[in-house]
Write a protein that binds this ligand. Structure first.
Ligand SMILES: Cc1cc2nc3c(=O)[nH]c(=O)nc-3n(C[C@H](O)[C@H](O)[C@H](O)COP(=O)(O)O)c2cc1C
Length: 293
């Protein structure tokens, strides 16, 4: 009995060591299996994480997507007509439109000079003409003009962006951005008279709380972003589109957007500051972006 009790601490130590060794080897083998299952599981934050906010709701069994059943099947079809221009006028119009959009630049120095709200509303109406998967129009444009809310947005973005630049983005990405002279300080979030935040609706919420599938919601909302950029250029306003990495959930909560919405892009909008500069970038010529077959 005495012999046994003097052995007890030794036994306990041996058993503890064995348990630690077994647990460690189990953890390693499960990690190996994970990486075998998904060999491409390396982090690609610009692809996945910028839109992740852990609120992704899959349509489960108890949250059936039966909203489509209420949709009008026999939608009336009406005659369509559009402007038809003589060919030389078409060439002229296409050239002029190209020249207008070719002057668009991402401007990171935005003046606080006021811009009429009606212009912003028209620009958003224009963006809302975008095509969308099954005409689901899966977008919400949040216009922020309240200086206090703009400042809160700036605080959230700068806080997250500092971590992005220091830790999440990695050396290569930060290096690629160096020549654009961007960093986590974003004064334009305070100075621009408007911030437009585009949320993609990952599914629709019908009045009776039913869910509606939003097909290709990200592509659809991204097309709307493109049209928004063209509409801003058309009225002489500037912006710089951004996809604030890891800020989506906090901004969604701040702006009280529902759970089916995820931040896609943020556009500060206004006139350029008097001393605004842009990087001297060149665009690829036609031959490099077009293939004719
Ligand atoms: C999806 C997307 C995300 C972007 N994110 C940022 C950003 O976070 N910060 C920034 O300063 N510019 C951002 N930009 C702007 C690009 O840097 C800019 O479009 C690019 O340098 C080309 O310049 P240009 O827009 O003047 O032609 C983004 C553009 C796109 C399309």
């Amino acid at each position: 009995m005495t012999l046994f009790s003097s052995f007890t601490p030794v036994l306990v130590t041996i058993i503890s060591i064995l348990v630690v060794i077994i647990l460690n080897s189990k953890r390693k083998s499960s990690k190996k299996q994970d990486s075998k299952k998904n060999p491409k599981s390396e982090s690609r934050p610009w692809v996945d994480e910028d839109l992740q906010d852990n609120t992704e709701l899959q349509l489960g069994e108890d949250a059936e997507d039966d909203g489509w059943k209420g949709l009008e099947e026999n939608l009336q079809h009406v005659p369509f007509s559009s402007e038809r221009y003589p060919e030389d006028e078409m060439v002229e119009r296409s050239r002029k439109f190209y020249e207008l959009l070719n002057k668009r630049r991402s401007v990171r120095f935005i003046s606080d000079e006021p811009v009429p709200r009606e212009v912003i509303d028209n620009v958003i109406k224009t963006a809302g003409t975008a095509p969308s998967g099954a005409h689901t129009e899966p977008w919400t444009f949040v216009v922020v003009q309240d200086p206090e809310v703009k400042h809160k947005i700036r605080e959230i973005i700068e806080e997250e962006e500092e971590i992005n630049y220091m830790k999440r983005m990695g050396e290569k990405w930060v290096h690629d951005l160096k020549r654009l002279r961007t960093n986590w300080i974003k004064e334009y979030l305070d100075t621009a008279p408007y911030l437009i935040l585009i949320f993609k609706q990952v599914y629709g919420l019908l009045p009776d709380d039913k869910k509606r599938t939003h097909y290709y919601n990200e592509i659809s909302a991204s097309i709307a972003c493109g049209i928004l950029l063209a509409a801003l250029q058309n009225v002489g306003l500037v912006t710089v589109g951004s996809t604030p990495l890891n800020c989506g959930p906090r901004l969604r909560v701040l702006l009280q957007r529902p759970i089916n919405e995820k931040l896609l892009m943020l556009f500060p909008v206004g006139y350029p500051s008097k001393d605004a500069t842009v990087p001297d970038l060149k665009r690829k010529p036609l031959d490099e972006i077009r293939v004719v077959i």
